[in-house]
Design a protein around this ligand. Structure first.
Ligand code: FES
Length: 68
């Protein structure tokens, strides 16, 4: 099975690539897609998916901490 990849996009969504199940709060499964983006800013009108509403309204650039 291929590794699932989650990328924390600068100032935007979480990009999920790979075979993964996405469930709602009741355990219902969203239709499978090979890649999709989850909203990280809270502004999407199509949660849990990103709809682009973050653009110009959300700033967050995270990086893996460097080891000393
Ligand atoms: S991260 Fe894109 S709409 Fe929230």
């Amino acid at each position: 099975m291929a590794k699932v990849q989650i990328k924390v996009n600068d100032n935007g969504s979480l990009r999920i690539t790979g075979e993964v199940e996405l469930l709602d709060g009741e355990g219902n499964v969203y239709p499978a897609k090979p890649a999709f983006s989850l909203c990280r800013c809270g502004l999407s009108n199509n949660k849990p998916f990103c709809d682009g509403s973050h653009k110009g309204h959300f700033e967050s650039k995270v990086r893996v901490p460097k080891e000393d």
